[in-house]
Design a protein around this ligand. Structure first.
Ligand code: ADP
Length: 345
């Protein structure tokens, strides 16, 4: 992102993307929460810098919006290294990867998002590049074809994924540093909100930050977006400062409930209850029923529903918990006078 000049940024990036970039921490100490992750990375960065060698390859996993791209950028910054960004679906042909690898300089931090989606030929090429810092390239065609090895400067591959289970074993084993980002606690999200409010010059009461943090699904990206929406309400309907009453009003209008569930989260729970008697129901069937892709269901919606104790993943499929019924104002099954159909839907 840093490679673009301001003009291109202003013209081509959507408003919310510009906003994200503005708020993106550049240094480890600006990265809020996730203390154990930060502490470890600090040690690895300091050690690599001390040895004047490239940082070991880093594998970052966790749901979207938790800071994987941000952390990769921070690592480049902390190492004083060039930062190159791509994503697995953008690497269609071996020459796409070869082009990027051969244009790297010593220590370049090479970020590949959605690393679980690499094509096999590209993955093979990456194995050799990661392990030997060499590019395995075929020249010529037919019987005259031969492999040559082109040396590469030592570099750091940072691979990020929301689906660590889908990354091939041989690829995973080539990463020396693995980091799993979990959903943030409310206190950690409060830190993110305080930082963003300060950077954007937004006045926000402590109680309002508290309420926003409860509604941000443990995800910094959601917290920042929410802050931005609430700022709109505060500016248009009030004097610009964010108070609890504004947050309440904004959340209500955005159909976000007291624990941060959006309309779609509630639809997922209601669909399981209404159509599948509370589950279990297979993820694919559920995704079709709610009109979402299985990736969106698994990566975006489920982690927060699971952490909130409303949904369970079982070997036979997804099930809602008794808490989901109570949250939706329904009688959990097995309680006397159980009659879900006549309630609320
Ligand atoms: P991912 O790559 O995991 O989808 P990003 O790195 O794009 O997530 O993070 C989304 C946004 O959330 C970033 O623009 C950044 O402003 C913010 N963010 C993420 N993690 C943190 C954090 N720990 N502290 C402060 N802001 C964060």
């Amino acid at each position: 992102m840093e490679e673009f000049d301001e003009g291109i940024l202003n013209n081509e990036l959507r408003d919310d993307e510009q906003f994200e970039i503005r708020l993106r921490p550049q240094r480890l100490e600006e990265f809020q929460g996730q203390a154990p992750v930060k502490d470890n990375l600090k040690v690895f960065v300091t050690a690599a810098r001390g040895r004047q060698s490239a940082l070991d390859h880093v594998f970052l996993s966790g749901p979207p919006g938790l800071g994987k791209t941000t952390l990769a950028g921070i690592l480049a910054h902390e190492m004083g290294a060039e930062f190159k960004v791509t994503s697995a679906p953008a690497l269609e042909k071996p020459k796409d990867l070869a082009g990027l690898l051969t244009s790297m300089s010593e220590g370049t931090l090479f970020f590949i998002d959605e690393i679980h989606r690499l094509r096999p030929a590209i993955e093979e090429m990456l194995y050799i590049a990661m392990e030997d810092y060499e590019l395995d390239w075929i020249i010529g065609q037919g019987p005259a074809a031969r492999n040559i090895r082109i040396p590469l400067p030592p570099f750091t591959l940072v691979g990020a994924t929301t689906k660590p289970g889908k990354v091939a074993g041989p690829l995973y084993s080539r990463f020396g540093i693995t980091v799993r980002l979990e959903l943030y606690s409310e206190e950690e999200i409060e830190l993110v909100l305080h930082r963003s409010a300060k950077l954007l010059g937004i006045e926000c009461s402590e109680a309002a930050v508290n309420m926003l943090a409860r509604s941000a699904r443990g995800t910094p990206r959601v917290a920042n977006r929410l802050l931005r929406r609430v700022r709109d309400f505060a500016e248009v309907l009030h004097d610009g400062t964010i108070q609890v009453s504004i947050v309440e009003q904004a959340l209500q209008r955005l159909l976000i409930d007291s624990i941060g569930l959006e309309h779609h989260d509630r639809e997922i729970l209601k669909t399981i209850i209404r159509n599948y008697a509370g589950g279990p129901v297979g993820a694919e069937t559920l995704a079709i029923s709610i009109g979402e892709s299985i990736d969106t269901l698994e990566d975006f919606y489920e982690p927060y529903l699971i952490r909130s104790g409303l949904l369970k993943r079982t070997p036979r499929g997804r099930m809602v918990t008794p808490r989901a019924y109570t949250h939706l104002g329904l009688e959990p099954p097995g309680t006397p006078d159980n009659g879900n159909e006549q309630l609320l839907f």
